[in-house]
Design a protein. Sequence first.
Length: 130
Amino acid sequence: MTQLESPNPGQSPARSPLQSIADAVARHYKDQFGRGPHRCRAHFAGRDSVLVVLEGTMSPAERRLAELGEIDRVRGARAALQSAVQDDLLDAVRAVAGRGVEFAVPGMDLVRDVATELFVLTPVEGVERD
């Protein structure tokens, strides 16, 4: 069963659909937050979900604030920024996944500088959800 469609049907993709999603999310972080991740991986989390794990996305200023104990301020600022550009991120994932995205759930561990994005995809027609 194909869980994700190739963005160019009939052509052999240069990268896997999962890697294409990871690349799109990493590009989004770099474009919107000024810093791309050091490492970014995407994993299936069921038939209709993709989890992207990004390491090293915090800016030097965010890291310094976190070191000073201002985790809540960094978390609030990052959450506001993510909310402001959420539609752009969903569009980027839709474009490379070849499926709709119903919603996304961001997460972050500011102590370890790890961010996550869980994307719940539109179910494939005729296939029941897990």
